[in-house]
Design a protein around this ligand. Structure first.
Ligand SMILES: *Cc1c(COP(=O)(O)O)cnc(C)c1O
Length: 504
């Protein structure tokens, strides 16, 4: 299987090259040339498999230059041996009200990013071998909070890699910050930037395509790669859990037969997770609607509803910080698909976005968007209301991002009157990652000035939900990283991490 760039049809690479490189040289994203298809019989067969077997089967179609044995090694290393609670990476919890919660936060960092970032380092190191690179991979990450920690945890002390994470100084939760700044490992670096996530992401993309830095890296036997969802190796593992959730529902009788359609509701930021759901649908997973949930940064709601993408708007810092994004990178891959692989049109829109902050798609694309998606958003107050309601009615504690998805699902049901289709809501983080906002939603005696860890303990006392050990242990870990840089200085920070002397 070959991979093409979304912006230049003459670029065609192997999957190892796509994963090793992360992003195409002209700024486009790599996409597979075609997708395998799964019949209803295939789904029934997958339903009898374990998560790792499901992953191996789905990955093998895309990782065409990996052997079955190599894929088995990667998948086993990522998803077994206690990496995920009870060795169940993506359990589905059924609520009394009929909603199915696909919980993707039982991994090492308590957010869904672990699903991909536990696997990516294995895919990447094997990809580097395959393209005969003896270079060290320098992984650059821009994070809105959760990717940074999950990438650090995935790549720590992995031979042949160095990782540099940039996070927005005032744009992550205290727990997210603590998780990153206490990170252990000899190949890791973390830096706050004066700006928001989009500034971090733009800065990282600029460094990726900076010819001067590229030359310096080459002289020093280094190459860039990406652990953000612009890397195909990040998206691919995410397709698996949509199939897995469907198979679980088949296996436990929540679905009547293979072929019955489900709705999938995804709290969305960079459009990676919901794009993986779209790809699953394209591959034959029976999906009725993909429901795209945003917080007050509702650029995607507007885009899906009107066809106008406009990042020139107020930026809100919300209680669901991992969705505080105005430039959703992976939308580019969807547009490539919906235009029938028209890379010139896609490149045109992306140029307009970069220069004017806005673009508008045509009626054809808008029509497909409406067929496939429902989009909505909610603000912080509504988010907290959902957390409280769900806790009181179901005794189910969800985090702020998941709550946004629950709210938008309710909007969908109201607007469409679709009460029949079984719906899977993607639960993307442990409530303990955002304990402050969750506690203030459910507690009558919330004290704002209590310490983060006191709030965590109180949340646990109140709800009886255990604190994940990987969060509890952070309380006593030493802070290793305190650097803050301006947007202009990100380049210097990267060179320092790479141990390259600045040149005059
Ligand atoms: C990253 C993240 C999201 C958004 O996912 P995208 O793939 O960027 O759309 C939602 N919730 C949580 C908890 C996250 O960490």
């Amino acid at each position: 299987m070959h991979y093409k760039s979304t912006r230049n049809s003459s670029i065609c690479v192997s999957v190892s090259q796509a994963i090793a490189q992360g992003i195409s040289t002209e700024g486009g994203l790599f996409v597979p040339e075609d997708f395998p298809h799964y019949s209803h019989t295939d789904l029934l067969e997958l339903a009898r498999c374990s998560y790792t077997e499901r992953a191996e089967r789905i990955l093998s179609a895309f990782l065409s230059d990996f052997t079955a044995e190599e894929i088995h090694e990667c998948v086993t290393a990522a998803y077994t041996n206690g990496k995920f609670e009870k060795d169940i990476p993506a359990p589905v919890t059924s609520l009394k009200n009929g909603i199915q919660m696909l919980e993707l936060w039982h991994g090492p960092t308590c957010a869904f990013k672990d699903m991909a970032l536990q696997l990516l380092p294995h895919l990447l190191t094997k990809s580097l071998q395959k393209i005969h690179s003896s270079k060290t991979a320098l992984i650059l990450v821009a994070t809105s909070g959760d990717t940074g920690k999950a990438a650090l945890e995935g790549f720590k002390d992995v031979d042949g890699t160095l990782i540099q994470v940039f996070y927005p100084q005032n744009g992550v939760s205290p727990m997210q910050k603590r998780q990153m700044c206490t990170q252990e490992g000899n190949n890791v670096a973390v830096c706050a930037i004066e700006g928001n996530f989009d500034d971090a992401q733009t800065g990282v993309k600029k460094i990726f395509t900076d010819p001067e830095i590229k030359r310096l890296l080459e002289q020093n036997k280094l190459m860039f790669s990406s652990a953000n969802s612009i890397n195909w190796g990040r998206l691919l593992p995410q397709i698996v859990y949509y199939f897995s959730a469907y198979c679980d529902l088949l296996a436990n009788g929540k679905l009547q037969c293979a072929g019955e359609k489900i709705n999938i509701v995804v709290p969305t930021g960079n459009f990676g997770n919901i794009l993986a759901a779209y790809y699953a649908k394209k591959m034959g997973l029976p999906v009725h609607k993909l429901i795209c949930a945003s917080n007050s940064n509702n650029v995607l709601t507007e885009f899906i509803n009107t066809g106008v993408y406009n990042r020139k708007r107020e930026f809100y810092t919300t209680i669901s910080p991992s969705m505080d994004i105005l430039v959703s990178s992976n939308l580019e891959r969807l547009l490539y698909d919906l235009t029938g692989k028209d890379c010139d049109r896609v490149a045109g829109w992306m140029n307009e976005l970069a220069s004017n902050g806005r673009y508008q798609v045509g009626e054809d694309v808008l029509h497909s968007l409406h067929e496939l998606f429902f989009a909505g958003y909610c603000n912080d107050e509504e988010t907290q209301k959902v957390i409280k309601q769900l806790y009181e009615s179901e005794h189910y504690l969800c985090d702020t991002h998941t709550a946004v998805a629950v709210n938008v699902y309710e909007q969908y049901v109201k607007a469409s009157k679709d009460t029949e289709t079984p719906s899977v809501i993607v639960s993307t983080a442990s409530p303990y990652k955002f304990a402050d906002s969750v506690l203030s939603a459910v507690s009558e005696q919330y004290r704002e000035d209590a310490s983060e860890f006191d709030k965590i303990q109180e949340l646990s006392n109140l709800t009886g939900v255990a604190v994940p050990p990987q969060i509890a242990e952070l309380q006593t870990k030493a802070v290793r990283f305190r650097t803050i840089c301006s947007r202009e200085n990100m380049k210097e920070i990267v060179l320092k991490t790479a141990k390259i002397e600045p040149q005059a």
